[in-house]
Write a protein that binds this ligand. Structure first.
Ligand code: MLT
Length: 201
């Protein structure tokens, strides 16, 4: 019995890393399957549902207010999720995945990358912000990170996402940070950038 409710789709092509799909607040394990199929066709998809409920809306960690995180819970939940990834890799015979997270899912992916770097080979972080006020030291050499932020995102100030990109690259990750003229929601350009970053078809 794996420790998160999840969806799993096996790979239909070789040579593509599995995707760990992490939904935003109020989403679930079904939300990002279509996105995953589009951005890395044929890759295995592993898509857990966040265990925290905020007024009935699933999330991956507790927050005190919008953009104000319960950092002890962030650490606990990032560990739980990394443990789930390890279990699922064993159960399904997978290599380490690339996380694809949106909003709250991007924030837990960023936390997991810093706290449990072995869990992920890379991450695409869509509308991510700094998950922990003191970035834990991590060796992220060899990890690829794509961050896509919105210049008009009402939740995430530009300097906040820039700070996350700077920490990840200071720890050795190969970070590409794109800032689009958009808000918190995803746009067609996000899709194009993701497809390109994953190596196209
Ligand atoms: C968060 O709580 O992770 C951020 O505020 C993004 C969100 O989920 O709205």
């Amino acid at each position: 019995e794996l420790s998160f409710i999840h969806r799993y789709e096996p790979a239909t092509e070789t040579g593509r890393p599995p995707l760990l799909l992490l939904h935003g607040t109020g989403g679930d394990e079904n939300d990002l399957l279509g996105l995953g199929r589009m951005i890395s066709p044929g890759a295995a998809l592993l898509s857990p549902r966040g265990k925290i409920l905020e007024n009935g809306m699933p999330r991956f960690f507790r927050r005190l207010a919008e953009g104000v995180f319960d950092e002890e819970d962030v650490k606990l939940r990032a560990g739980e999720l990394a443990d789930f990834v390890a279990q699922a890799r064993q159960a399904y015979g997978l290599e380490a995945p690339v996380a694809v997270g949106f909003s709250n899912g991007a924030n837990i992916a960023a936390a997991m990358m810093m706290l449990r770097p072995e869990a992920l080979t890379g991450a695409a972080l869509l509308r991510a912000m700094v998950p922990l006020s003191e970035a834990p030291q991590a060796d992220l050499a060899g990890k690829r990170v794509l961050m896509i932020s919105g210049a008009m995102d009402p939740i995430i100030p530009a300097e906040n996402s820039a700070q996350l990109a700077a920490s990840l690259s200071a720890f050795g990750a190969e970070v590409q940070h794109q800032v689009l003229p958009t808000g918190h929601g995803l746009s067609q350009t996000d899709l194009q950038l993701l497809v390109r970053w994953f190596g196209g078809r």
